[in-house]
Design a protein. Structure first.
Length: 164
């Protein structure tokens, strides 16, 4: 299992005093780790998921600078290069980095989700974004129907937002 502590430190340094962004990736990381463990991912998939969850929004700084927007499509455009740079500097393997960059570059794309780490990253990000965006009950129910597929993710969504 990959030690994520140094990566969390590096991402905290990357975002500096932007506590909103730091808190966001920490919450997504915690929920992704929880869902991945609940779904019994193998060690490699769990490591991929955890690292991807930590860096998933790394493109937001460049998106805001280049496009004056934090929209998901811009994060997907800008994130992989930033993730590759950070992860290379920390000594991660190039094949692993490529897989992380794929997830970073697709985490706001909800069609053609083709792996459990991808599925779980999307679900964990949704669990956090629903709260941070002040989503309505109807939005939560729509997300449950359209996005959530893992038993652990669905269970968390029901507990957190639907009181079930």
């Amino acid at each position: 299992m990959i030690n994520t502590g140094k990566l969390i430190e590096a991402m905290t340094e990357y975002f500096g005093t932007d506590l909103k962004r730091i808190n966001h990736f920490l919450k997504v990381f915690a929920l992704a780790k929880t869902i991945g463990e609940g779904e019994n991912l193998d060690e490699n998939s769990q490591s991929l998921l955890e690292v991807s969850a930590i860096v998933h929004d790394i493109g937001i700084k460049q998106s805001e600078l280049k496009y004056n927007s934090s929209a998901g499509k811009y994060q997907e455009l800008e994130g992989p290069a930033q993730a590759e740079k950070l992860l290379s500097g920390l000594g991660y393997d190039s094949d692993f980095i490529e897989k992380v960059c794929y997830l970073v570059g697709h985490h706001h794309t909800y069609s053609h989700i083709d792996s459990m780490p991808y599925r779980i990253l999307v679900e964990a990000d949704f669990l956090v974004n629903l709260f941070e965006d002040g989503a309505s009950l109807n939005a939560v129910k729509a997300a449950k129907e359209k996005i959530f597929r893992t038993p652990t993710g669905i269970k968390l969504l029901k507990k957190m937002y639907l009181g079930e």
